[in-house]
Design a protein around this ligand. Structure first.
Ligand code: NAD
Length: 254
Protein backbone atom coordinates (compact mmCIF):
# COMPACT_ATOMS: atom_id res chain seq x y z
CA UNK A 1 0.00 0.00 0.00
CA UNK A 2 1.28 3.48 -0.91
CA UNK A 3 1.97 5.86 1.97
CA UNK A 4 2.02 9.65 2.25
CA UNK A 5 2.72 12.36 4.80
CA UNK A 6 1.03 15.75 4.48
CA UNK A 7 2.23 18.70 6.52
CA UNK A 8 -0.38 21.22 7.58
CA UNK A 9 -2.82 18.38 7.00
CA UNK A 10 -5.25 19.23 9.80
CA UNK A 11 -7.41 21.54 7.69
CA UNK A 12 -7.81 23.36 4.37
CA UNK A 13 -5.92 22.19 1.29
CA UNK A 14 -3.84 19.69 3.31
CA UNK A 15 -6.89 17.92 4.75
CA UNK A 16 -8.57 17.76 1.31
CA UNK A 17 -5.34 16.21 -0.04
CA UNK A 18 -5.39 13.61 2.75
CA UNK A 19 -9.03 12.74 2.03
CA UNK A 20 -8.28 12.38 -1.70
CA UNK A 21 -5.36 10.02 -1.02
CA UNK A 22 -7.42 7.90 1.38
CA UNK A 23 -10.02 7.56 -1.41
CA UNK A 24 -7.19 6.47 -3.75
CA UNK A 25 -6.36 3.69 -1.25
CA UNK A 26 -3.22 5.26 0.23
CA UNK A 27 -2.21 5.05 3.90
CA UNK A 28 -1.95 8.67 5.07
CA UNK A 29 -0.36 10.61 7.93
CA UNK A 30 -1.13 14.25 8.64
CA UNK A 31 1.32 16.45 10.52
CA UNK A 32 0.27 19.75 12.07
CA UNK A 33 1.22 22.03 14.96
CA UNK A 34 -2.44 22.82 15.70
CA UNK A 35 -3.22 19.89 18.01
CA UNK A 36 -6.94 20.69 18.32
CA UNK A 37 -7.43 20.84 14.53
CA UNK A 38 -5.41 17.62 14.22
CA UNK A 39 -7.78 15.80 16.58
CA UNK A 40 -10.87 17.09 14.74
CA UNK A 41 -9.36 15.94 11.43
CA UNK A 42 -8.62 12.54 12.97
CA UNK A 43 -12.30 12.19 13.87
CA UNK A 44 -13.31 13.16 10.33
CA UNK A 45 -10.90 10.75 8.61
CA UNK A 46 -10.60 7.85 11.04
CA UNK A 47 -7.87 5.96 9.20
CA UNK A 48 -5.42 8.85 9.23
CA UNK A 49 -2.27 8.82 11.41
CA UNK A 50 -1.73 12.08 13.32
CA UNK A 51 1.63 13.67 14.10
CA UNK A 52 1.73 16.81 16.28
CA UNK A 53 4.81 18.70 15.13
CA UNK A 54 6.11 22.02 13.84
CA UNK A 55 7.89 21.77 10.45
CA UNK A 56 10.23 24.64 11.32
CA UNK A 57 11.73 22.83 14.33
CA UNK A 58 14.48 20.33 13.43
CA UNK A 59 13.80 18.27 16.57
CA UNK A 60 10.10 17.92 15.63
CA UNK A 61 11.06 16.92 12.10
CA UNK A 62 13.44 14.23 13.43
CA UNK A 63 10.63 12.89 15.65
CA UNK A 64 8.29 12.79 12.62
CA UNK A 65 10.83 10.66 10.74
CA UNK A 66 10.98 8.26 13.71
CA UNK A 67 7.16 8.06 13.91
CA UNK A 68 6.72 7.43 10.17
CA UNK A 69 9.51 4.84 10.19
CA UNK A 70 7.80 3.02 13.04
CA UNK A 71 4.21 3.30 11.76
CA UNK A 72 4.69 2.94 7.97
CA UNK A 73 8.28 1.70 7.54
CA UNK A 74 8.33 3.47 4.14
CA UNK A 75 7.23 6.72 2.50
CA UNK A 76 6.02 7.16 -1.09
CA UNK A 77 4.75 10.74 -0.94
CA UNK A 78 5.59 13.88 1.01
CA UNK A 79 3.45 17.00 0.65
CA UNK A 80 5.06 20.15 2.07
CA UNK A 81 1.80 22.05 2.49
CA UNK A 82 2.08 23.72 5.94
CA UNK A 83 2.15 27.45 5.39
CA UNK A 84 1.42 30.78 7.02
CA UNK A 85 0.37 34.05 5.39
CA UNK A 86 1.16 37.53 6.65
CA UNK A 87 0.34 40.47 4.37
CA UNK A 88 1.88 43.83 5.24
CA UNK A 89 3.76 46.77 3.74
CA UNK A 90 7.55 46.45 3.55
CA UNK A 91 8.15 49.18 6.14
CA UNK A 92 5.85 47.47 8.65
CA UNK A 93 7.22 43.97 8.12
CA UNK A 94 9.48 43.54 11.11
CA UNK A 95 12.27 40.99 11.01
CA UNK A 96 10.23 38.83 13.43
CA UNK A 97 7.25 38.80 10.99
CA UNK A 98 9.59 38.03 8.06
CA UNK A 99 11.23 35.17 9.97
CA UNK A 100 7.87 33.74 11.12
CA UNK A 101 6.81 33.40 7.46
CA UNK A 102 10.19 32.09 6.25
CA UNK A 103 10.58 29.51 9.00
CA UNK A 104 7.35 27.70 8.11
CA UNK A 105 7.11 28.34 4.35
CA UNK A 106 10.77 27.86 3.41
CA UNK A 107 12.78 26.33 6.27
CA UNK A 108 10.00 23.73 6.80
CA UNK A 109 10.07 22.21 3.28
CA UNK A 110 13.90 22.26 3.33
CA UNK A 111 14.07 20.44 6.67
CA UNK A 112 11.28 17.96 5.91
CA UNK A 113 12.52 16.88 2.48
CA UNK A 114 16.09 16.56 3.71
CA UNK A 115 15.04 14.47 6.72
CA UNK A 116 12.75 12.18 4.69
CA UNK A 117 15.09 11.70 1.70
CA UNK A 118 16.34 8.25 2.79
CA UNK A 119 12.82 6.91 3.41
CA UNK A 120 11.59 8.37 0.10
CA UNK A 121 14.54 6.92 -1.81
CA UNK A 122 13.96 3.39 -0.51
CA UNK A 123 11.75 1.06 -2.62
CA UNK A 124 12.57 2.76 -5.91
CA UNK A 125 11.90 6.38 -5.00
CA UNK A 126 8.89 8.45 -4.03
CA UNK A 127 7.53 11.89 -4.83
CA UNK A 128 7.52 15.28 -3.11
CA UNK A 129 5.01 18.05 -3.80
CA UNK A 130 5.74 21.52 -2.41
CA UNK A 131 2.81 23.92 -2.13
CA UNK A 132 3.85 27.34 -3.38
CA UNK A 133 1.40 30.04 -4.49
CA UNK A 134 0.49 32.36 -7.32
CA UNK A 135 1.97 34.98 -4.95
CA UNK A 136 5.33 33.32 -5.62
CA UNK A 137 4.89 33.54 -9.40
CA UNK A 138 3.86 37.19 -9.54
CA UNK A 139 4.65 40.10 -7.26
CA UNK A 140 1.95 42.12 -5.58
CA UNK A 141 1.84 44.68 -2.80
CA UNK A 142 1.81 43.55 0.86
CA UNK A 143 3.37 40.16 0.10
CA UNK A 144 7.04 40.95 0.69
CA UNK A 145 7.49 38.02 3.09
CA UNK A 146 4.80 35.63 1.82
CA UNK A 147 5.50 36.10 -1.91
CA UNK A 148 9.26 35.88 -1.42
CA UNK A 149 8.94 32.72 0.68
CA UNK A 150 6.83 31.06 -2.03
CA UNK A 151 9.14 32.14 -4.90
CA UNK A 152 12.07 30.73 -2.92
CA UNK A 153 10.12 27.50 -2.39
CA UNK A 154 9.62 27.25 -6.17
CA UNK A 155 13.41 27.48 -6.65
CA UNK A 156 13.93 24.97 -3.81
CA UNK A 157 11.64 22.62 -5.75
CA UNK A 158 13.92 22.85 -8.80
CA UNK A 159 17.05 22.36 -6.68
CA UNK A 160 15.54 19.29 -5.03
CA UNK A 161 14.34 17.90 -8.37
CA UNK A 162 17.78 18.35 -9.91
CA UNK A 163 19.58 16.56 -7.11
CA UNK A 164 17.10 13.94 -5.90
CA UNK A 165 16.07 12.72 -9.36
CA UNK A 166 19.23 10.68 -9.42
CA UNK A 167 17.96 8.56 -6.53
CA UNK A 168 14.49 8.24 -8.05
CA UNK A 169 12.68 10.98 -6.12
CA UNK A 170 10.45 13.28 -8.19
CA UNK A 171 9.90 16.80 -6.84
CA UNK A 172 7.20 19.13 -8.16
CA UNK A 173 5.19 22.05 -6.86
CA UNK A 174 1.58 23.15 -7.04
CA UNK A 175 0.93 26.90 -7.05
CA UNK A 176 -2.66 27.43 -5.93
CA UNK A 177 -4.74 30.44 -6.81
CA UNK A 178 -7.10 31.81 -4.15
CA UNK A 179 -9.04 29.25 -2.10
CA UNK A 180 -11.35 30.35 0.74
CA UNK A 181 -9.50 28.59 3.60
CA UNK A 182 -8.84 29.93 7.09
CA UNK A 183 -5.39 31.13 5.92
CA UNK A 184 -6.77 33.09 2.96
CA UNK A 185 -9.75 34.55 4.79
CA UNK A 186 -7.44 35.98 7.47
CA UNK A 187 -5.60 38.10 4.87
CA UNK A 188 -8.09 38.59 1.98
CA UNK A 189 -10.12 41.76 2.55
CA UNK A 190 -13.42 42.18 0.61
CA UNK A 191 -11.46 44.37 -1.86
CA UNK A 192 -8.87 41.64 -2.43
CA UNK A 193 -11.64 39.04 -2.93
CA UNK A 194 -13.30 41.26 -5.56
CA UNK A 195 -9.97 41.92 -7.27
CA UNK A 196 -9.22 38.19 -7.49
CA UNK A 197 -12.60 37.49 -9.08
CA UNK A 198 -11.86 40.21 -11.63
CA UNK A 199 -8.37 38.93 -12.42
CA UNK A 200 -9.19 35.24 -12.80
CA UNK A 201 -10.41 33.95 -16.18
CA UNK A 202 -12.56 31.40 -14.32
CA UNK A 203 -13.99 34.30 -12.28
CA UNK A 204 -14.15 32.49 -8.92
CA UNK A 205 -12.12 31.14 -6.00
CA UNK A 206 -10.91 27.55 -6.22
CA UNK A 207 -12.03 24.75 -3.93
CA UNK A 208 -9.71 22.78 -1.65
CA UNK A 209 -10.50 19.58 -3.61
CA UNK A 210 -9.46 21.23 -6.89
CA UNK A 211 -5.97 21.90 -5.49
CA UNK A 212 -5.85 18.46 -3.87
CA UNK A 213 -6.48 16.68 -7.16
CA UNK A 214 -3.50 18.45 -8.79
CA UNK A 215 -1.30 17.52 -5.79
CA UNK A 216 -2.45 13.91 -5.82
CA UNK A 217 -1.88 13.58 -9.56
CA UNK A 218 1.74 14.70 -9.11
CA UNK A 219 2.20 12.24 -6.22
CA UNK A 220 0.78 9.34 -8.22
CA UNK A 221 2.43 7.04 -10.77
CA UNK A 222 0.40 8.82 -13.46
CA UNK A 223 3.05 11.56 -13.16
CA UNK A 224 5.98 9.11 -13.23
CA UNK A 225 8.04 11.10 -15.79
CA UNK A 226 7.24 14.55 -14.38
CA UNK A 227 9.72 16.28 -12.11
CA UNK A 228 10.89 19.85 -11.53
CA UNK A 229 7.57 21.41 -12.58
CA UNK A 230 5.50 24.15 -10.95
CA UNK A 231 1.86 23.46 -11.78
CA UNK A 232 -0.43 26.44 -11.27
CA UNK A 233 -3.93 25.40 -10.16
CA UNK A 234 -5.15 28.96 -10.27
CA UNK A 235 -8.23 29.50 -12.43
CA UNK A 236 -6.01 31.00 -15.13
CA UNK A 237 -4.49 33.79 -13.02
CA UNK A 238 -0.91 33.12 -14.14
CA UNK A 239 -1.89 33.09 -17.81
CA UNK A 240 -3.35 36.60 -17.97
CA UNK A 241 -1.96 40.12 -17.85
CA UNK A 242 -3.70 43.43 -17.36
CA UNK A 243 -6.97 44.25 -19.09
CA UNK A 244 -9.15 41.22 -18.42
CA UNK A 245 -11.83 43.10 -16.39
CA UNK A 246 -11.99 45.87 -19.03
CA UNK A 247 -12.34 43.36 -21.89
CA UNK A 248 -15.03 41.49 -19.94
CA UNK A 249 -16.94 44.73 -19.41
CA UNK A 250 -16.70 45.51 -23.15
CA UNK A 251 -17.88 42.01 -24.08
CA UNK A 252 -20.83 42.36 -21.69
CA UNK A 253 -21.90 45.60 -23.49
CA UNK A 254 -21.96 43.94 -26.91
P1 NAD B 1 -4.82 26.64 6.39
O1 NAD B 1 -4.40 27.71 7.32
O2 NAD B 1 -6.24 26.24 6.32
O3 NAD B 1 -3.94 25.32 6.65
C1 NAD B 1 -2.58 25.40 6.93
C2 NAD B 1 -2.25 24.38 8.01
O4 NAD B 1 -0.83 24.41 8.23
C3 NAD B 1 -2.91 24.67 9.35
O5 NAD B 1 -3.56 23.50 9.84
C4 NAD B 1 -1.76 25.09 10.25
O6 NAD B 1 -1.92 24.74 11.62
C5 NAD B 1 -0.59 24.33 9.63
N1 NAD B 1 0.72 24.91 9.91
C6 NAD B 1 1.11 26.21 9.76
N2 NAD B 1 2.38 26.35 10.15
C7 NAD B 1 2.82 25.13 10.54
C8 NAD B 1 4.06 24.65 11.03
N3 NAD B 1 5.12 25.46 11.20
N4 NAD B 1 4.18 23.34 11.33
C9 NAD B 1 3.12 22.50 11.17
N5 NAD B 1 1.92 22.91 10.71
C10 NAD B 1 1.77 24.21 10.41
O7 NAD B 1 -4.27 27.11 4.96
P2 NAD B 1 -4.45 26.58 3.45
O8 NAD B 1 -5.05 27.69 2.70
O9 NAD B 1 -5.05 25.23 3.40
O10 NAD B 1 -2.92 26.54 3.02
C11 NAD B 1 -2.20 25.38 2.67
C12 NAD B 1 -1.02 25.80 1.79
O11 NAD B 1 -1.51 26.36 0.56
C13 NAD B 1 -0.13 26.87 2.41
O12 NAD B 1 1.22 26.58 2.13
C14 NAD B 1 -0.54 28.13 1.69
O13 NAD B 1 0.49 29.11 1.67
C15 NAD B 1 -0.87 27.59 0.32
N6 NAD B 1 -1.74 28.46 -0.48
C16 NAD B 1 -3.01 28.74 -0.07
C17 NAD B 1 -3.80 29.58 -0.86
C18 NAD B 1 -5.20 29.95 -0.46
O14 NAD B 1 -5.79 30.85 -1.09
N7 NAD B 1 -5.81 29.32 0.53
C19 NAD B 1 -3.30 30.11 -2.06
C20 NAD B 1 -2.01 29.79 -2.43
C21 NAD B 1 -1.24 28.97 -1.64
Amino acid sequence: MKTALITGGARGIGLATAKGLVEMGWKVAILDRDVEALETAGQEVETVTQIAADVSRPEDVARAVAEITEDFGRLDGLVNNAGVADFGPIRETTFERWRRVMETNLDGPFLMTQAFTDLLAADGGGAVVNITSISGLRASTLRVAYGTSKAALAQLTLQQAAELGEIGIRVNAVAPGPVATKLAMAVHSPEIIAAYHDALPLNRYGKEEEIASAINFLLSDKASFITGQILAADGGFEATGIGLPALRADAAKE
